[in-house]
Design a protein. Structure first.
Length: 726
């Protein structure tokens, strides 16, 4: 028998019935104290949720509460074996990270058999009545055997290895009972050049293929005239292995030549490349086959990858965004595993010699030239294990590999385009702003009220610290009364500058103030700039304007630093915190982000209006800021999301870096009125774009949407394929 347990404390939730609850903010919490009843088990039951919840459990024992991530669900049973957690004081259940409604009941138990019986009855009842079968998870200390076979064991993700095991487990649940490959010939030819590979590398590679979907693949190995007896013995011993084919080069010709030799005998419509020291993950071929079947018109696929040590133990991940040609100019983030159409590879004559260390980058740029973005598919599954032991050519000869990468980029984007180091010397920057060109007129719109010290510094930065002469300054003023500020305006007018100010005293509405400035602006490009921004280098505005050289760009955002040098803005992720937020905010300025993405240009869903450059074409298509729904907050995000839906690309560039004294000219937002308004605007953005469940194409579905710093999470289901639609 189990006893009902009322909540000790409830925050962010209110009752709407006997067992019904309404979460009304982003951090609802229900706290229970089963220790008061000396209970051995706590069971929390959630049902009838109006949307998929993303629950968390917090166990309070020791110095810090232990967070346990639970599977997203609309109906769940969570059984906690309390005895394994020494000194447990209380348990907190957070049902979601966004407003929601649900029913919740909590029970305590003293006998494991009673808990098992209770859960079995609940599961059976749900199935009989046609309701969804609840997610069933148990929470216990690592070596605690209680409830061992009751539901899935929920764990605190402490390592990449634990996360990887759970992701592979999700794939196993889908593909382990899948029907065998029914076609006469394989769908994918995997090409692997080999030269003096250690036997255990080849053993691990072959074992990773032996567990894949049989018949759907062939592995074509080209031995590039290996001199190692161990390598040659291994190849001879596997000569008759099924689905394994061999090509032998008489002389050593290098990776490109060996790869092309294997490619010439490939039989499948799709081709993928891998290195002899790497491997596939379990169910990799199943997942790729499913993606190809679901996207019959696609011409290119790529997967995520696991980065492993010398023993192939997972160390980290390369989780990738949906296809982004802007990001690809700075880093070969696509890398492993890439799946090409064999016919198109033949048309471009495969790999080219002379690009040692970056031959895959060169191939990728040539192959994707002219391929429509909606035919390029990201498969968010870590299908490839990359052994990072420092022995690869690119690792040992990094300078040569980097030089060859820049030569490939230069050929892809025009030899006249200088290719320079990014913020990391081994990454790349198209020197768009270095080309001879005429610079269009930029209207710089600076909302202001009083704040003489801030705006006078900014005026000086624009006129004397910025290498861009074709500007006009437009100040929509919200009712300045400060004599120094008014005198500053008069001096700017008298200085024969392209300067306009319009003073209108009215209640603060940032969107309305911005819109007044946009109506006055006459430039080809419209720069929204906060008055508390400080210029750090003279070429920042040329960099932002030059980013419009990329196709379809409507908005460009800058990198902003806090006064102490930490990152304040490197782009906005839609859906972060169930609304939208700055990712990697507060990290050191030297933090590279995943795959060095913060060090190069890339496409994102939104950027901050504190420094946001908009093309006239984009503004005329998208319209003004929304003064009603987003008077103060999220107006910039709303504009960017509307621009994206209209077909414009939004770019973040780290090569325009400014200092942002955030909200230095505004008073505190911590008033009841402002908090209520902020919550209304969050709710409006969330509802307008479905952000509760939205998956930003720039953000991995394996990252926690409640955390902007790449914290791992296990999604409710294996994520579907992704296409970045501009």
């Amino acid at each position: 028998m189990l006893l009902r347990l009322p909540a000790l404390e409830a925050k962010g939730v209110r009752r709407s019935g006997v067992c019904a609850w309404q979460a009304f903010n982003d951090d609802p919490q229900l706290t229970f104290a089963p220790k008061w009843l000396a209970a051995r088990y706590l069971v929390i039951e959630v049902s009838k949720a109006d949307r998929q919840l993303d629950p968390r459990l917090y166990l309070f024992y020791g110095e810090e509460p232990q967070e346990v991530e639970l599977r997203p669900t609309q109906s769940g049973l969570y059984a906690i074996a309390l005895g394994g957690f020494k000194g447990l004081r209380r348990v907190r259940f957070d049902p979601s990270s966004y407003p929601s409604s649900f029913e919740l009941r909590a029970y305590v138990g003293y006998d494991e058999a009673a808990v098992r019986s209770f859960i079995a009855r609940r599961l059976k009842s749900a199935g009989r009545n046609g309701a969804p079968i609840p997610t069933c998870e148990t929470i216990a200390a690592p070596k605690h055997a209680a409830l061992a076979d009751v539901g899935a064991r929920a764990v605190k993700i402490r390592s990449v290895s634990q996360h990887y095991e759970q992701v592979v487990g999700m794939a196993s649940a889908i593909f382990s009972n899948a029907p065998p490959w029914g076609e006469k010939s394989p769908l994918i030819s995997f090409i692997c050049p080999v030269y003096n590979a250690p036997q255990h590398y080849l053993d691990q590679l072959w074992e990773s293929f032996r567990i894949q979907l049989q018949g759907a693949w062939e592995l074509v190995i080209c031995d590039d005239a290996s001199t190692s007896r161990a390598t040659r013995d291994w190849l001879a011993a596997h000569r008759d292995a099924p689905s394994l084919r061999f090509v032998e080069n008489a002389t050593n010709g290098g990776i490109a030549k060996a790869t092309n030799a294997a490619l010439a005998v490939a039989r499948s419509p799709f081709v993928a490349f891998l290195d002899h020291d790497d491997a596939l993950t379990p169910f990799a071929v199943d997942r790729i086959v499913a993606a190809i079947r679901a996207n019959p018109g696609a011409e290119f696929f790529y997967t995520d990858e696991v980065v492993a040590n010398e023993k192939l133990a997972p160390q980290t991940y390369f989780f990738k965004p949906a296809y982004d040609p802007v990001l690809l100019t700075g880093v070969n983030y696509v890398n492993h595993l890439s799946i090409f159409k064999r016919e198109r590879l033949a048309e471009i004559k495969g790999l080219r010699e002379g690009f040692d260390g970056s031959q895959d980058y060169d191939l990728l740029l040539r192959y994707l030239a002219g391929v429509a973005a909606d035919r390029i598919v990201h498969i968010p599954y870590p299908a490839y294990v990359w052994r990072r032991d420092g022995k690869s050519y690119s690792a040992q000869f990094i300078e040569r590999a980097t030089a060859n990468a820049r030569r490939a980029i230069a050929e892809a984007y025009g030899d006249s385009m200088p290719i320079e180091p990014a913020l990391d010397k081994n990454l790349h920057r198209l020197g768009c702003e270095r080309r001879d060109r005429s610079w269009p007129k930029v209207s710089i719109v600076i909302p202001n009220r009083d704040s003489c010290a801030l705006i006078s510094r900014l005026f000086d930065n624009l006129l004397h610290g910025t290498d861009y002469s074709n500007i006009e300054i437009v100040v929509p003023d919200n009712g300045s009364k400060d004599p120094q500020t008014l005198a500053l305006y008069e001096r700017m007018r008298a200085a024969d500058l392209a300067f306009r100010v319009e003073i209108v005293e009215e209640p603060f509405n940032f969107s309305r103030q911005v819109n007044r400035g946009l109506r006055l602006a006459q430039g080809d490009y419209l720069l929204l700039l906060n008055n508390d921004v400080e210029v750090l280098s003279a070429d920042w505005l040329k960099e932002m304007v030059a980013c419009f050289d990329f196709p379809d760009v409507g908005v460009v955002g800058a990198r902003l630093l806090y006064p102490d040098g930490r990152l304040q803005h490197v782009g906005v992720i839609a859906g972060l915190g169930s609304v939208a937020g700055h990712w990697y905010c507060g990290m050191p300025a030297t933090y590279p982000g995943p795959m060095g993405r913060l060090f190069v240009r890339q496409s994102l869903s939104a950027v901050t209006g504190a420094c946001m450059l908009i093309s006239r074409k984009c503004f005329e298509a998208v319209g003004f800021f929304d003064e009603e729904a987003f008077a103060i907050a999220y107006n910039d995000t709303d504009f960017c999301l509307r621009a994206g839906r209209t077909g414009f690309r939004i770019i973040y560039t780290p090569f325009a870096t400014l200092r942002h004294h955030e909200s230095a000219s505004r008073g505190s937002d911590e008033t009841a009125e402002n908090i209520d308004r902020f919550n209304r605007e969050k709710a409006a953005l969330r509802a307008k774009y479905g952000l509760t469940t939205y998956q930003d194409p720039a953000f991995s579905p394996y990252y926690d949407r409640g955390d902007g710093k790449g914290k791992l999470t296990v999604p409710a289901v294996l994520p579907p394929e992704r296409i970045f639609r501009v």
